[in-house]
Design a protein around this ligand. Sequence first.
Ligand SMILES: NC(=O)C1=CN([C@@H]2O[C@H](COP(=O)(O)OP(=O)(O)OC[C@H]3O[C@@H](n4cnc5c(N)ncnc54)[C@H](OP(=O)(O)O)[C@@H]3O)[C@@H](O)[C@H]2O)C=CC1
Ligand SMILES: Nc1c(N[C@@H]2O[C@H](COP(=O)(O)O)[C@@H](O)[C@H]2O)[nH]c(=O)[nH]c1=O
Length: 368
Amino acid sequence: MTARPHVVLSAAQSLDGYLDDASSTRLLLSNEDDFAEVDRLRAESDAILVGAGTVRADNPRLLVRSAELRRERLAAGRPEQPIKVTVTTSGKLDPASRFFTAGDTTKLVYAPPMVADELRDLATLVDAGTPPELGRILDDLGARGVRRLLVEGGGAVHTQFLAAGLADELRLAIAPITVGDPRAPRFLGTGAVPRPLRLSEVRQLGDVAVLHYRVAAEPSALDVLRLRQAIALADECPPSSTFRVGAVIAAPDGTVLATGHSGEGDPRNHAEEAALAKLSPDDPRLATATMYSSLEPCSARASHPRSCTQLILATAIPRVVMAWREPSLFVEAEGVEQLTAAGRQVIEVPALAADVRRANTHLPGVRP
Ligand SMILES: NC(=O)C1=CN([C@@H]2O[C@H](COP(=O)(O)OP(=O)(O)OC[C@H]3O[C@@H](n4cnc5c(N)ncnc54)[C@H](OP(=O)(O)O)[C@@H]3O)[C@@H](O)[C@H]2O)C=CC1
Ligand SMILES: Nc1c(N[C@@H]2O[C@H](COP(=O)(O)O)[C@@H](O)[C@H]2O)[nH]c(=O)[nH]c1=O
């Protein structure tokens, strides 16, 4: 499979976190220098993506403005303009939008089959699921030769890229104004951001502060996908007075080798135990596999002879990714410590712990 593009998010927000005001005219939060830098980011990209909401609200051209930057692209053997990309479920896009009419470049619309047929002569319509999935969109863009994708918003799209762990960098410009109107669109909506962001640069462009973040390499986007799958598996657990947990064992390319949930097979089974029971401990694939568990693997138990940590240590699984450290309700858990001491890598994703707690509010003192 072709590599997915490197994804750079770019947004300008007010001090109180808005991307725009609630009026029908577009709010300019950037100043001239900031817009010039965003133009350079465009010129460095193979494609620019915005959500259909931004196409409707802003009617953007999404072109590199600077003639010099366009010349540089041509001199480097690249197309004069990046590919334009949008995504829609409704298909409600005006064919007269500048997205379609401005600039002689490829336009891609990711939409469910049949919904945007009237755009067929103006753009390439691509089915990436119903609704379109960002991971499939990135796979398709990679296959089209897009190595660097600039995502310019709006809020719904930025939120989804960050929540899915699919962004690699974020450039955020902060203007010294407040919008103060809850009807206006915010930079980020509801949704935990599972991959930590590291502040890599802070600069001043006049009154605008420019923050640059890089997204941590681990957990990866694939880790986030499989951990969320493990968290969702807890819904399969039968009613219980103990933890409701889900587990997934996957190969490095994401292939699922086994899944399990608490109470599967035997009411006393733990999720990791149920998943491991479906594989031989000597299965050679385990030497490179990751155990995804919604909860820290247990380190002591009364109901079965071996803890999940011991069961993992009895295999060659080198890596465990988990969302929630076990709270001290039944025992003082030491799963992370024991796994780490044995040389196994443990990655904790605390941003997703609230989803695990939500499945465990039947336990005393557990709140989402
Ligand atoms: N200051 C800044 O830097 C920027 C500001 N903005 C502002 O942001 C606002 C727009 O933001 P917002 O309203 O959040 O809209 P978005 O641009 O994020 O677009 C949201 C729409 O995109 C489509 N969409 C998003 N994700 C998916 C998906 N996974 N699958 C299918 N379709 C999807 C849906 O379209 P559909 O409804 O057609 O199904 C959805 O309604 C505007 O006011 C604009 O001015 C925008 C960009 C940058
Ligand atoms: N308002 C705003 C931005 N808005 C972004 O710029 C796009 C407009 O593109 P174009 O028509 O090509 O100039 C718009 O759709 C949205 O993605 N960007 C910023 O850096 N700063 C800003 O203050």
